[in-house]
Unconditional design. Structure first.
Length: 283
């Protein structure tokens, strides 16, 4: 399993360490285990040092030959968790867009502090139904997915109840360009920008916009990301969906968010940038 995140790599390293412990507790060398399982001995070493991800069958065989078959289920679960840290869109969306929207509902509902940075579009919690429809329909066409856009839009809109209920707090940072990147037609964009003005006034939302002429010497635009409390970061890449759970990596994203927040404008200045983007739609 290849992943752009050290979170996934560290999870594989931890799994490899457990498998190595099981082998040594069984009094087996790597060559012994390889012979019993019908593997080259180098495969045992590669798995233990996280240079190769084991399959579920590999783990089952490993535990069987080390005479601890009862350990297999938990270790396979650890493997699945590591695999889930980076999921290709093709795999994640194979049952449609609605499932993807529904899959994050528990995370949204249990998160109290959202920190969201976007360099390319208005983020999900602040989107209108028309804007969502334009985005998801484009994804459906580009990735040749089943047409469940209408159902996915309804789920995504319903998830936004967290903005209005409970003690959820949203700190949202947008690059100014997100106000100008056309998603859908002019009417869709005008409605979305107007909605942005409305939600920015909610007590649960803090909206900052980084002007295009801000001094970026210290930190230039980075990938868009969602930071959920201090527990998890989600990043949408071209190839797939990345989940970051290692504390060191989470701290890096939190630090980047703090630095980006210092570049943003808020209140009347932010509303002025939104208003200018609305005016530009008529030009």
């Amino acid at each position: 399993m290849a992943s752009p995140s050290s979170s996934a790599q560290q999870a594989l390293e931890a799994l490899g360490a457990q498998l190595r412990e099981i082998r040594t507790d069984a009094g087996l060398t790597g060559r012994d285990l390889g012979r019993r399982a019908g593997w080259h001995s180098s495969k045992v070493s590669r798995i233990e040092h996280a240079r190769q991800a084991p399959s579920a069958d590999d783990i089952t065989a490993w535990c069987k030959h080390c005479e601890v078959p009862q350990r297999a289920a938990d270790l396979v679960a650890s493997l699945r968790a590591a695999e889930g840290m980076f999921v290709e869109w093709q795999r994640m969306e194979r049952t449609g867009l609605r499932f993807v929207q529904e899959s994050v509902i528990p995370l949204w509902e249990r998160t109290r502090r959202f920190r969201i940075y976007s360099c390319s579009m208005i983020p999900g919690p602040l989107q209108t139904a028309a804007y969502i429809h334009a985005l998801l329909d484009a994804l459906r066409i580009r990735r040749d997915l089943p047409d469940d856009v209408e159902a996915a839009v309804k789920v995504r809109v319903a998830k936004q109840h967290v903005i209005h209920e409970g003690d959820h707090r949203f700190a949202v940072l947008l690059e100014e360009g997100t106000l100008r990147y056309r998603i859908g037609d002019i009417e869709t964009m005008a409605g979305q920008l107007g909605h942005l003005l409305t939600v920015a006034a909610l007590p649960s939302v803090s909206l900052g916009i980084i002007p295009v002429d801000a001094n970026r010497s210290g930190l230039w635009p980075v990938e868009s990301f969602f930071l959920y409390d201090d527990e998890q970061v989600n990043v949408e890449l071209i190839s797939g969906h990345l989940t970051v759970t290692q504390p060191r990596e989470i701290a890096m994203y939190a630090d980047a968010f703090t630095q980006l927040a210092e570049l943003a404008v808020y209140g009347a200045a932010a509303r002025s940038l939104i208003g200018a983007a609305i005016t530009a739609l008529d030009n």
